[in-house]
Write a protein that binds this ligand. Structure first.
Ligand code: ADP
Length: 232
């Protein structure tokens, strides 16, 4: 069953198609990667799917037909690329703020543990390093245990060990809790973790499929080569 279906989506900024006649579908419980260089339209697509940005043409179906937008929003988590944390609040208070919107305060300690911020939960966000802020943003997006999670370049600035832990958690919630994860990245090796990928260039979908399908299709031994071949 698909949780997201996008058909012929187009978004124009100043006369330029930033999303260009793009269609894709995302299966419930899968990890779906939006892969493309900077400026290819990944963030714009995520923001349109979240309803933060409007679009010019096309159709979008998200979660369940007939579900009110309030119900839909309760089931969605979003980790933006630019941190939306309150710099003057502590780590704990930031997470608590997001948790309280959804009555999910009971999950705060679990999430603090997961992102390894328990020991510095009383520090103000403004005093954190980039990687710590990234972890705090992730905690805010996850604290209500959403069924659909949008992660915009979630592991930028995160050290390799913690990055592996993030991915293992993403895999776990996708497999065990049936959570769907839509994750954008410009780093090809992260794509290996995704069940299905959309390769995006200049707002166009240049290919969609599993890593093995894309490698086979282009007769490549890595995604970077596959991307280059498909871009020609
Ligand atoms: P990505 O996430 O793949 O790096 P973006 O979706 O952020 O790409 O940007 C895609 C293109 O849209 C870029 O050329 C960017 O400059 C342009 N763009 C994004 N937001 C706006 C905006 N609010 N106004 C005008 N152009 C924008």
């Amino acid at each position: 069953m698909n949780i997201i279906e996008v058909t012929n989506l187009t978004k124009t900024f100043s006369g330029i198609n930033v999303i260009d006649d793009l269609s894709l579908s995302i299966k419930k419980g899968s990890i779906y990667g939006l892969l493309g260089p900077n400026g290819s339209g990944k963030t714009t697509l995520i923001r349109i799917l979240l309803g933060i940005l409007n679009y010019d043409k096309g159709e979008i179906f998200i979660i369940k037909k007939g579900m009110s937008s309030k119900e839909t929003l309760k089931n969605i988590g979003y980790m933006p690329q630019q941190s939306s944390l309150y710099q003057d609040l502590t780590v704990f208070d930031n997470i608590k703020f997001f948790a309280s919107i959804y009555n999910a305060e009971k999950n705060i300690n679990f999430i603090l543990d997961l992102v390894e911020l328990d020991e510095i939960k009383n520090k103000k966000v403004s005093r954190l390093s980039g990687g710590m802020k990234q972890r705090c943003s992730l905690a805010c997006a996850l604290v209500h245990k959403p069924k659909l999670l949008f992660l915009d370049e979630p592991t930028v600035g995160v050290d390799p060990l913690l990055r592996a832990q993030f991915w293992s958690y993403f895999n776990e919630i996708s497999k065990n809790n049936d959570t769907t994860i839509v994750v954008s990245s410009h780093v090809m090796d992260e794509a290996e973790h995704c069940d299905k990928l959309a390769l995006i260039r200049f707002g166009k979908l240049i290919a969609e499929g599993s890593v093995s399908h894309l490698l086979e299709k282009t007769n490549s031994n890595n995604l970077e080569n596959a991307f280059l071949k498909l871009s020609k």
